[in-house]
Structure formats: C-alpha cells, structure tokens
Design a protein around this ligand. Sequence first.
Ligand code: GLA
Length: 388
Amino acid sequence: MRNFTFFVLFLCSLPAFAQKFEGLAPTPPMGWNSWNTFAGNISENLIKGVAESLLSSGMQKAGYAYIVIDDCWEAMARDTMGNLVADPAKFPGGMKAVGDYLHAKGFKFGIHNCAGTKTCAGFPGGRGHEYQDARTYASWGVDYLKYDWCNHGTANAEETYKTMRDALHAAGRPVVFSLCEWGNNQPWLWAENVGHLWRTTGDIRDCYDCQGVYDMGWKIILDKQAGLEKYAGPDHWNDPDMLEVGNKGLSLDEARAHFSLWCMLAAPLMAGNDVRSMSNDVREILTNGEVIAIDQDPLGKQGYRFIENPGKEIWVKELSNGGWAVCVLNGGDSRMEMHLDWNNLPFLKGSFRVRDIWKRKDTGTTKDEFIGAIPAHNVVLMRLTPLK
Ligand code: GLA
C-alpha cells in the first residue's frame, strides 16, 4: 500500500504533456525567413514570390524547406475571442490560405510570435494565450514556430518556453519549436527537451564584424559559438541566427566564409536575402550541395574552433563515416598564403583524401602539406575522407 501511494505521488509529480515533438529536426532545419531583408514589409504576394523563386532557383531542391514569416504578419489586436488574426491588408486570405499555398508547393510553413505580451515590433504576443495560440497555429497548418523574447517582463525563460512547448504538444500538430531568447538565459543548458533550436546571441547584421546595440556582424557571432558545440545534436541545435548571404553589407568573400562557417557550426540554415533577385554568385553559394552536406551531416556534430591565431582560425567538424571538415578562416585584411601541415591536427587518425570544396577539386592527401591562398575574410573549406 505504501509503495502504491509513492507510485501515485510520483505519477502526480510528472507534468502533463511535458514533451516536445521528437524527431522533427534530425539535421539542422533549412529554409528562408522574411526578417533580415523585409522586416515589416511582408505580404502574401511577397511570400508567394519567394516560394516561386526558391523553386526556380533550385533552393528547395537543395534543402530549404521552411518558409518562415517573421514579425509583423499580425493585425494590431486579437479578435473579440482573443484569437490571433493576420493583418488583413498584408494577408487578405488569412494565414491558413498561406499555409495551404506553401504546402501545395512542397514547403513547410513557419511563423513568428513572441513569449512576451507584445512582439518586438509591437504586435500581440503570446503571453497568457499559449494554448489558444497553439490551437490556432495547428488549425492554420503551421509546421515551425519561432518564439521571441521581447516584452517578457519578469517571466522566467525556461518556464515560459516550456509552457509554449506543452501548448504545442497539446494542440497535436508536430511543430518545430525555435527558441529566440538571444542566449540571455543560456538556453543550451536547459532547452534540449524544450525546443529543436535556440538562438545563442542577439541579432545578426549584414556586416563582417560591426557591433550594434542589439545586433552584430557574423564574425562577432562566430566568436560567441566557441565552446557551445557540446550542447548541440540531432533535434537540439544551437542557432547563431539567420543567414546574411546575398545581403548588401557582405562581399562575396565574406558571404562565402559566413556560409561555410555556419555549416561548420551545424547551424540552422535560414536564408535571409531577397531570393527573387539574387545574383548567380549568391545562388551558387546558397545551393552548394557539398557545403550544405557538411551542415546536414547525419552524425549531427557541431564543429569547434581548433586554433585561433591573430587573423587565422581553424574550425573542424567531425563527419559520419570517419570523415572531417576543416575550415581555415583568413580574418585578416589581406590575402594569406597558407601551408597546412596535417600533422598539426592530431585528432586525425590515419590518412585522408583532401577535397577543396569551393574549388570542387580533390587536391591530394593528408600525407602532403596543403598549400593555398585565402583572400581576406574568406575561407578554405576542405572535406577529408579516410583512405581505405
Ligand atoms: C528579434 C529577433 C529577430 C526578429 C525580430 C522581429 O529581434 O531576434 O530575429 O525576429 O525580433 O521583431
């Protein structure tokens, strides 16, 4: 009888529905998000145009599956029943119609809201409406929710995000849950069972290493990822924010390096450019299958910084089948000659075939030095395959 009482007490102490949807992000999610280029300037027509371009440019085929509508899709107020509603001017057909359209084109539908009382742009937030909103998202066919952290007052981040996780689960439609609390409360320490990805920093900006009050260039964000690698894995990824590839503040060299390093980080790859008008060079970066394969490698290990010298860093990432990716960044302001003696990378056991990914060229083996040159703010990205 005593054991039975303990058992009942134990069951009662388990939170109801306390789970996230498992298995939705075995590799880092890929897609496109409206914020970096369009901010509040969004509409049903824009989303349709983006979907068409993702199809015609080969990006959908390359893996970009989620189309995420960020802040500013809402009307300024909920309806009389407290339900979220779309801005009728921007999305005249409502959000279910957007979801249906995206699904018919083979995409998954992502949406943004905020854990606070209002979103960062001042639209209705989810606080106190979590279960109601989760049911709304399910009825619209939402597959991905990015959940922000503005106007949260004194709320506790872990509890708040768990509430939304539980609400999504209770609504019954599998949704990738993307936590966006900017790393303020070290989500890597507690969010593995809460969401599928979590932002680790403030916002990215389209520059190499500029620093704003809330936003910063990709190199500053990269530096903040060192040491976080042990917290990431299938279904729970560190998110160093969306891509700025193709946006005007980055040169092509900087865009290529940014993309390479985000793939080394096993980062979610959310394109943030105007894909309707991108150049061929930009399209070639975003659709390079060999680079994307580093990001999407099924082993699911985030890369780490192996060496940091002034102006030169080496990042390495373990891959499936005994392979490795090695990325050398020239952080200096001029072209760098590079001699890489593989003996200095002692974690490499045995010999490997070496492929220079951006050159699409097999360059030899790790028995020889790798000799090359790297333009300023660019990388050499290599894939190492064990020699039989
Ligand atoms: C925050 C997020 C951004 C974006 C904006 C929208 O700043 O970090 O990614 O969603 O809110 O207002």
